[in-house]
Design a protein around this ligand. Structure first.
Ligand code: NAD
Ligand code: DAU
Length: 335
């Protein structure tokens, strides 16, 4: 592990930056590739400044990516970079197809050229689509609902084709919904915290009964590290917390922690194609990689609220930029 040259894509994003901070805490100096889109922010890495190598690059830029790989000769890649927000993919899918599919292909081709030993792809539970009961195992069929989820499923299939065709040494990880510090406030939890802190209405799609499985980001990156250490090439691992809640229950928990009234909840028009429920069977990663989450939802939400309130200007600045990013006003996105 110590001898590895580790390259992280999307390391300035929400989960990628948590993974970079974790590696640095373990005295590893990773190479970070990130385009710094609206969602990327090197400020998330302030506390580990100078302890990683950074390249501002678009993963779709074949020439630049190959050049960096040739020079750095990574042995392990953890691929987080993606367009990650479902609502945004409903407005315009183009960037999602480009980055999430084509970008993954560019990285795999560059990785093959330098004889990579392990390529960890960070996929998502959304590739399975939704289910009203039961849980998804790693072999469940892929039935994505949104353009975002379809682009992630397409990347998963492309990776599987590289495994079979070229013997490409990849592992696919499918985490459930992450939450925690430094998440862009277009996502439900940071958006709700921001709104509640300003005593503004919190938009809940439809009747708020859609369900998600919430995983604290520090647990997620520990899980990814356990797969780096013990995961087997060619395998897929679900990474979930078993902390399942309806959106309305989740927002009520946040309001309770923040001492704000439940009347702030406002039901708004639903997201088109909105998945009702995701739930992962994560027994494989627990059994084979020895990982299990440590932070309960209640504790994680308290830590999350505290961190956003301590960094309120960051939250406000990001939120201010959101409206400008969404030019299509035909759908109420809640903010
Ligand atoms: P994020 O949107 O916070 O960060 C994405 C990062 O990728 C940003 O730093 C952005 O600048 C970078 N990026 C985007 N396009 C790029 C490009 N073309 N070239 C280089 N860099 C580019 O996303 P996140 O929430 O941290 O998610 C990270 C990964 O985990 C994604 O692959 C996502 O699909 C997956 N995932 C996220 C969640 C979640 O709940 N957030 C859950 C499961 C899986
Ligand atoms: O499940 C993993 C996925 O989780 C990741 O692959 C995605 O990258 C990540 O964005 C996340 O997708 P979701 O669509 O589940 O997250 P979001 O925070 O957008 O929404 C969570 C739930 O809350 C979902 O049921 C929609 C609902 N929602 C969301 C927003 C932004 C609302 O009710 N109101 C809102 O304003």
């Amino acid at each position: 592990m110590v001898k590895q040259t580790i390259l992280i894509t999307g390391g300035a994003g929400f989960i990628g930056s948590a993974f970079v901070r974790l590696l640095v805490r373990k005295n590893i100096r990773p190479i970070v590739l990130d385009k710094i889109t609206y969602a990327g922010d090197l400020g998330r890495l302030d506390q580990v400044k100078g302890r990683f190598t950074f390249h501002k690059v678009d993963i779709c830029d074949k020439k630049k990516v190959k050049g960096i790989f040739k020079k750095a000769r990574p042995t392990l890649i953890v691929h987080f970079a993606a367009e990650s927000h479902v609502d945004r993919s409903i407005i315009d899918a183009q960037a999602f197809l480009r980055t999430n599919i084509e970008g993954t292909q560019v990285l795999m081709d560059a990785a093959r050229q330098v004889g990579i030993k392990k390529f960890l792809h960070i996929s998502t539970d959304e590739v399975y689509g939704d289910t009203r009961r039961g849980s998804f195992i790693e072999d469940s069929p892929l039935r994505p609902s949104s353009p975002y989820a379809a682009s992630k499923a397409a990347a998963d299939l492309l990776i599987k084709s590289y495994m079979r065709t070229y013997g490409f040494p990849a592992i696919i990880i499918r985490p459930s919904n992450n939450y925690g510090p430094w998440q862009y406030p277009e996502k439900l939890i940071p958006l709700a915290i921001l709104k509640a802190s300003r005593r503004e209405e919190i938009p809940l799609y439809a009747d708020g009964k859609n369900m998600r499985e919430w995983l604290y980001v520090e647990d997620c990156v520990e899980g990814i590290l356990s797969v780096v250490k013990r995961g087997k090439n060619g395998q897929v691992y679900n990474l979930g917390s078993n902390e399942e809640r309806q959106n309305i229950e989740l927002v009520r928990m946040l309001l309770e922690i923040m001492g704000r009234p439940k009347t702030l909840i406002k039901f708004v028009k639903d997201r088109p194609g909105h998945d009702t429920r995701y739930y992962l069977d994560s027994s494989k990663v627990r059994r084979d990689c020895g990982w299990q989450p440590k932070i309960t939802l209640k504790t994680g939400l308290k830590l999350t609220v505290r961190s956003y309130l301590e960094n309120k200007s960051w939250l406000l600045n990001k939120h201010r930029r959101i409206a400008a990013l969404y030019t299509d006003r035909s759908y109420n996105y809640g903010f």
